[in-house]
Design a protein around this ligand. Structure first.
Ligand code: ATP
Ligand code: MG
Length: 137
């Protein structure tokens, strides 16, 4: 079975939505096999989003990601990467399909409540950034 890295972002933890978002994952057949709530440092957030370093919104994105605690988690299930991106919905909540996490909870294109890996290859890299093998059960 496949695994993906999910992050419940600061806008969602601030509004106490962790349980509601986790219920979406579980109802869709994804299992939360690792999870921790952490305050990212600027260096950690910058490294995590380093693929976006040249984008105009990079500085604001990093500041947003360190504006409060996040919940980093590993989701496991058949086709977990694509399944999670379906459940999340489009990056901009204005374009997200009804019933997706972003349509229902996101505040803006930046404060869009969740992150999900975009490929199995990136999932492995992102998971190893936050978790060691023995922490994933
Ligand atoms: P994520 O990687 O967080 O799962 P995504 O893959 O849907 O989201 P990306 O293109 O990878 O979207 O962008 C990463 C994050 O950067 C987005 O989730 C969003 O928080 C922020 N972002 C993307 N585009 C913009 C934008 N135009 N303005 C502000 N923030 C943006
Ligand atoms: Mg992305």
């Amino acid at each position: 079975t496949e695994r993906t890295l999910s992050i419940i972002k600061p806008d969602a933890t601030r509004r106490n939505l962790t349980g509601k978002i986790n219920a979406r994952f579980e109802e869709a057949g994804l299992r939360i096999v690792a999870q921790k709530r952490v305050q990212l440092t600027k260096a950690q957030a910058g490294q995590f989003y380093s693929v976006h370093a040249e984008r105009s919104f990079f500085g604001e994105l990093v500041d947003f990601m360190i504006s409060g605690p996040v919940v980093v988690q590993v989701l496991e299930g058949e086709g977990a990467v694509a399944r999670n991106r379906e459940i999340m919905g489009a990056t901009n909540p204005a374009n997200a399909a009804p019933g997706t996490i972003r349509a229902d909870f996101a505040e803006s294109v930046e404060a869009n409540s969740v992150h999900g890996s975009d490929s199995a290859e990136n999932a492995a890299i992102e998971i190893s950034y936050f978790f060691s093998g023995c922490e994933i059960v």
